[in-house]
Structure formats: structure tokens, C-alpha cells
Design a protein around this ligand. Sequence first.
Ligand SMILES: CC(C)(COP(=O)(O)OP(=O)(O)OC[C@H]1O[C@@H](n2cnc3c(N)ncnc32)[C@H](O)[C@@H]1OP(=O)(O)O)[C@@H](O)C(=O)NCCC(=O)NCCS
Length: 143
Amino acid sequence: MTVIIRNASTSDITHIKSILSQYILETELVEENVDWFIVAEKEGKVVGCACLDNSAGVIELRSIAVLPAWKNNGIGRRLFKTLEQRAKGMTDRIYVRTTARGFFVKMGFKALDNSQKPVLWQDCADCDKFDVCMQVPMVLELR
Ligand SMILES: CC(C)(COP(=O)(O)OP(=O)(O)OC[C@H]1O[C@@H](n2cnc3c(N)ncnc32)[C@H](O)[C@@H]1OP(=O)(O)O)[C@@H](O)C(=O)NCCC(=O)NCCS
């Protein structure tokens, strides 16, 4: 299976939003952040995406998703590894807020206490769904 990992461009925005929507992941900021996205492409079709975000003052891996038909083929790992390499030039650690805890454990992340979420992220501090939110905060030390 030949899968290319490449930087996203504006022509990928619709495809990225379509993938994220399948998992009810946030799509509102894709246009604004498209320069931070990478995509996985298989025979001309975008089958996965991921992004590094530094808008909250910490480097956060966001919006990693692979189309259902292509899951469990190593594409998520390749997307992650590409962004991990990129992050190494920018920071000492990568954060994530996720419901896919098992995947990120495989990638070397460690879970943080839930109480860290409002400390690390203002949107968590301001969120009225904080008490019911299933997203686990996790960190990967790069050095
Ligand atoms: C999480 C996701 C991106 C992983 O992509 P993928 O291409 O299926 O993952 P890979 O095939 O590269 O898997 C790498 C390893 O992680 C494991 N893995 C993948 N998803 C997992 C999960 N949800 N829980 C536990 N382990 C998982 C795989 O079994 C594999 O393990 P191995 O190396 O021992 O064989 C994909 O499942 C997905 O799109 N999930 C829905 C969207 C989502 O929740 N994204 C997280 C947003 S923060």
C-alpha cells in the first residue's frame, strides 16, 4: 500500500473536514490552520490528516484521523511520526487531548491528571462541559 504523507494545501480543506466530521472532531478551524496540517494520500485520495497547533501556548497534536476503511494500516502512526519529527525543532514536549488514549499510549504518550486540563488550556477552563468531557490529557516528552 503506497501512502504519501505530505503538507496540506487549501485544496485539501474539504477532504480534511469530511474525515474529521466522521468522528465528530472539530472542523471550524481547519481553514485558519491548514498550514499546520499534513495529510495521508492514497492513489490521489486523502485518507487521513493530522495537525500541530500552538495557538494555546503549548504544542498540541490535534485532528489526527484516518478514514474508517484505512484504519489499522499504520497510517495514524506515520502521520504522528511526521509531526513528532517536526515538533522536535519547536518544543520539548507534545500534548494531546484525546479519547483515543490507547493509540497515544502506543506512540509513547503518558496520561496526565484531568486537573491539568484547565491549567494547560484556557478553553478547558472556560468549558461548561468540563465535568463530562471524556478527553484525556496526555504528554510526550521529546528529550
Ligand atoms: C486514532 C487513529 C488516528 C489511529 O490511526 P490508525 O491508522 O488506525 O493507527 P495505526 O494503524 O497507525 O496504529 C498504530 C498502533 O496503534 C494501535 N491503535 C490504533 N488505534 C488504537 C486505539 N484507538 N486504541 C488502542 N490502540 C490503537 C494499533 O493497533 C497499532 O498498534 P501496533 O503498532 O501494536 O500494531 C484512528 O483510529 C482514528 O482515526 N480514530 C478516530 C479519530 C480519533 O479519535 N482521533 C484522535 C483525535 S485526538
